[in-house]
Design a protein around this ligand. Structure first.
Ligand code: DX5
Ligand code: ZN
Length: 213
């Protein structure tokens, strides 16, 4: 299991220190939540802060867009060369076109599903994707409780990807901890995002390692 700590729960007064710490603690990706105050009722960070994050990070960035105008934000963040950019299916009229745009920048495209969105919506998109991100909380805030309907959903998606695109990873985001990591692993999940669990833990390296099962 790969682990992507979400910097939403980091101490923004000491962002460089916190990013260096998780990277030195063996995390696999650095998860960056971009919220625009429209698609979700919260507002986070833009290119100025994310370029500072990219400088401090020694692990690749995993940018999670929670915005209304996906295409605009893809153009804005592409120069930062993240490993992944993921966008919500609920907010995109032309997902296939956007996947192509992300890939044309040399970035791996991923699609996010809210807790109520169905994996079947991806039947004709899965072959073009490097990753699908399943939300296990409603997007917008860190520290919420895990919605366990993500488990059957991950299993369904795992079966779909085994048929359509075995290279497509499954990532889960929201309320992940040592309490549910085994369930996620058994459901076929490859990458977990963890914000409050990692950053509030007394030993962040122990927290990251407890998820790398
Ligand atoms: C929520 C974000 C998550 C969040 C996860 O909208 O997408 O990445 O930071 O935080 P925890 O792990 O605390 O639920
Ligand atoms: Zn996220």
């Amino acid at each position: 299991m790969k682990v992507a700590p979400s910097i939403l729960s980091a101490d923004f007064g000491n962002l460089q220190r916190d990013i260096e710490e998780i990277c030195n603690s063996g995390c696999d990706l650095v998860h960056v939540d971009v919220m625009d105050g429209h698609f979700v009722p919260n507002l986070t960070i833009g290119p100025v802060v994310i370029s500072a994050i990219a400088k401090a990070a020694t692990k690749p960035l995993d940018i999670h867009l929670m915005v209304e105008n996906n295409s605009f934000f893809v153009d804005l963040f592409a120069p930062l060369k993240p490993e992944y950019i993921s966008f919500h299916i609920e907010e995109e009229k032309h997902p296939h076109r956007l996947i192509q745009k992300i890939r044309s920048y040399g970035i791996k495209p991923a699609i996010v599903l809210n807790p109520n969105s169905r994996p079947e919506e991806l039947e004709y998109l899965l072959e073009f994707l490097d990753m699908v991100l399943l939300m296990s909380v409603n997007p917008g805030f860190g520290g919420q409780s895990f919605i366990d309907t993500v488990i059957p959903k991950a299993k369904k998606l795992d079966a779909m990807r085994n048929e359509i695109n075995q290279n497509c990873l499954i990532e889960v985001d929201g309320g992940v901890s040592d309490k549910n990591i085994h369930l996620l692993k058994d459901a076929g999940v490859d990458v977990v995002v963890a914000g409050s669990y990692v950053f509030k833990h007394e030993n962040r390296q122990t927290a990251i390692e407890s998820l790398q099962i």
